[in-house]
Design a protein around this ligand. Structure first.
Ligand code: PLP
Length: 399
């Protein structure tokens, strides 16, 4: 029987497809600014020193037993401190239900499945634009999606007025997905004042905020500062959800280590919610992988390694911020009449350049520069060696 003759190839993932095309290009000048992974100034992947040291301590010393369904308790404990604050009362009062997740993606997916199971008629409001996988995650969890305004193409900044209108016009008690910092793909974050207004309006409307925090530390170089949006919501007493990832800020991409947490009304509710999250995980993957969780807990429980980590995160963020300045200066020095302010105003790994899909196609076809057709430049792929070439190519296609 032809069991699978009706199966057609799936559509290519817009982000992963860029890397494939890059790898297939034989040009010596090729540049990959598509991938959302950090590179050093030579364009090479980076393993942090704190991670290498943690691995050295693990090697030969620890067993490989299963973790519990909820993952490493120690890793989760340390991870909550990063999001909620070292001295958070919510942590002390055990009001947070939290489980280790398969990085940020897995955390979002666990939440989406939980939402479907326990709020079956709800929808999720997602910003326009957003990380493309958000759409897939909630689609596969069978949660209907709505969108809210976020990016303003003319100003290349936040469309705050429309965002607030959408928050106000959504039915009371709606679920919203918010990027905690370093919004992907736009690099546009609300200011502190704007976060306060958003939080206030969420309170008025009784909305639920799920924060996707894939870049804590990557935006400003300081994980505390990057958690400001969350802290503002907590001050207002919101029962938020939070998806955390160590892919970017610890460079643990392929280790798939992250955490989903949900603030509850009291300890009893937190115990119940956690047990249900575990029950969602059990038939999907039973329990999460151990190695990355060990690396994280070793780093965060050793004051010296934690200090080294903070220094290394800052180093990554600073290199990216430096490249933003350099790219902008190069474009200005080439005499580009366009405004490139947004390159340095936007924050985090990405620059939402404003280039059209046709201009991106020219960058790729004529200059061997690879990025997604929405014009998103991964600043992590920009180096002192290629910034001039990149600026020149951008100038040529935007003339
Ligand atoms: N959320 C956002 C906004 C992201 O940009 C990413 C990664 O690109 C993720 C979540 C999830 O990444 P990971 O599953 O590797 O932690």
């Amino acid at each position: 029987t032809a069991w699978w003759s009706h199966v057609e190839p799936a559509a290519k993932d817009p982000i992963l497809g860029v890397t494939e095309a890059f790898l297939a290009d034989p040009s010596p000048n090729k540049v990959n600014v598509g991938v959302g992974a950090y590179r050093d100034d030579n364009g090479k992947p980076v393993v942090l020193g704190c991670v290498r040291e943690a691995e050295r301590r693990i090697a030969g010393n620890l067993n490989m037993e299963y973790l519990p369904m909820g993952g490493s308790v120690k890793m989760v404990e340390e991870t909550l401190k990063l999001a909620y604050g070292e001295n958070s009362d919510l942590i002390k009062d055990k009001r947070i239900a939290a489980v280790q997740a398969l990085s940020g993606t897995g955390a979002c997916r666990l939440f989406a499945d939980f939402q479907k199971r326990f709020s079956p008629d709800s929808q999720i409001y997602i910003p326009v634009p957003t990380w493309s996988n958000h759409h897939n995650i909630w689609r596969d969890a069978n949660v209907p999606q709505r969108t809210f305004h976020y990016y303003h193409p003319e100003s290349k900044g936040l469309d705050f007025a429309s965002l607030m209108d959408d928050v106000k016009n959504a039915p009371n008690g709606s679920f919203f997905l918010l990027h905690a910092c370093a919004h992907n793909p736009t690099g546009v974050d609300p200011t502190e004042e704007q976060w306060k207004e958003i939080s206030y309006q969420f309170k008025v409307k009784g909305h639920y905020a799920l924060f996707d925090m894939a870049y804590q530390g990557f935006a400003s170089g300081d994980p505390e500062r990057d958690a400001k949006s969350i802290r503002i919501f907590l001050e207002d007493g919101h029962l938020i959800g939070c998806a955390q990832s160590y892919a970017k800020n610890m460079g643990l991409y392929g280790q798939r280590v992250g955490c989903l947490s949900m603030v509850c009304e009291d300890e009893k509710q937190a115990v119940a919610v956690k047990s249900q999250l575990q029950q969602i995980a059990r038939p999907m993957y039973s329990n999460p992988p151990i190695h990355g969780a060990l690396v994280v807990s070793i780093i965060l429980t050793d004051p010296d390694l934690k200090k080294l980590w903070l220094k290394e995160v800052k180093g990554m963020a600073d290199r990216i911020i430096g490249m933003r300045t350099s790219l902008r200066e190069n474009l200005e020095n080439l005499g580009s009449p366009l405004s490139w302010d947004h390159i340095t105003k936007q924050i985090g790994m990405f620059c939402y350049s404003g280039m059209t899909p046709e201009q991106v196609d020219r960058l790729t076809n004529e200059f061997h520069i690879y990025l997604t057709r929405n014009g998103r430049i991964s600043m992590a792929g920009v180096t002192t060696g290629n910034v001039g070439y990149l600026a020149n190519a951008i100038h040529e296609v935007t003339k």
